[in-house]
Design a protein around this ligand. Sequence first.
Ligand code: NAP
Length: 311
Amino acid sequence: MAHRVLVAAELQNLLEPSQLTGLDVTWISTGEPTPRGDWVAIVPLLSRWLGGTEFKNLPQLRIVANMAVGYNNIDLVAAEMRRVLVTNTPGVLTDATADLTWALILATARRLVEGVDLIRNGQWTGWHPEQLLGLELNGRTLGLLGAGRIGQAVGRRAIPFGLRLLYSARTAKPEFERDSGATRVDIKRLLATSDIVSLHVPATPETQGIINAESLALMKPGAILINTSRGDLVREEALAAALERGHLGAAGLDVYSDEPAIHPRLRAAPRTVLLPHIGSATEETRRKMAGIALANVQAVLQGQPPLTPVY
Ligand code: NAP
């Protein structure tokens, strides 16, 4: 008998029929509440919250196969209590997300959006020696807050740009230090000495609001903040204030604390490059993410261990 599973409807075009063999799929769209019933697996997007109530409504549930590497949309304690396995999609999105982080670094450092706007608005009057002066990367310092898969991939890409690398992490990364010349420092030193600070820690109770008025004040005047991790890391009102005052040079963001809503003050703040959470958005990566999520479901429903469990 086919296993009844709930799968995000938005994945339909990214999955091959062979990946759904043996599954009786109910497609659920974003915005549709998580239903009550006897489904044994769910493949949600990162925008779907799954906590105590949802687990209670799905008493047969054996696995949540999240379509993301981050899993802050799932109450892990509630899942563990209900003995529901949780999996994510690590690794396959590392390069795509690191590339997008670099798109934001370059766009903010070299004032790309302001330049595009100047042309689009018909306001460009010609070459000027002091027009849209940006930050020269060579010789500057990039600080990585979190140096896991994505943080390290961002760091490796910094070497040909001539950036000096600092990182903060709970554990030392000797191999990364050897390969990239990165130095591990505490977070205060990272904030105080980096010209660009890029966030790569997951959203957890400890990292929530890690970038706030106090930490922003520690950053160098004119420094750039990049966030391609999770919106919950940043207190958006404090960031908007730092941009308005001109304390920060720029901010490049892909993620927000209340997606898809953007704090109005942040949306209006100067010198921002704001993207709509597209860190992993390449055709190859999205197919691989969907494939891993379904492979986790298939493994668990066939009595095998999950491929990429989060705990
Ligand atoms: P990862 O390999 O697990 O790296 C996370 C790093 O943060 C690890 O080095 C980890 O441990 C460190 N860390 C964890 N908790 C910490 C804490 N409380 N304080 C300081 N450091 C802490 O994860 P990843 O694959 O690089 O992904 C990172 C995040 O990127 C994900 O959680 C996800 O939210 C986000 N992401 C966003 C997009 C997007 O579309 N924009 C795409 C992919 C991923 P150690 O400190 O022990 O090293």
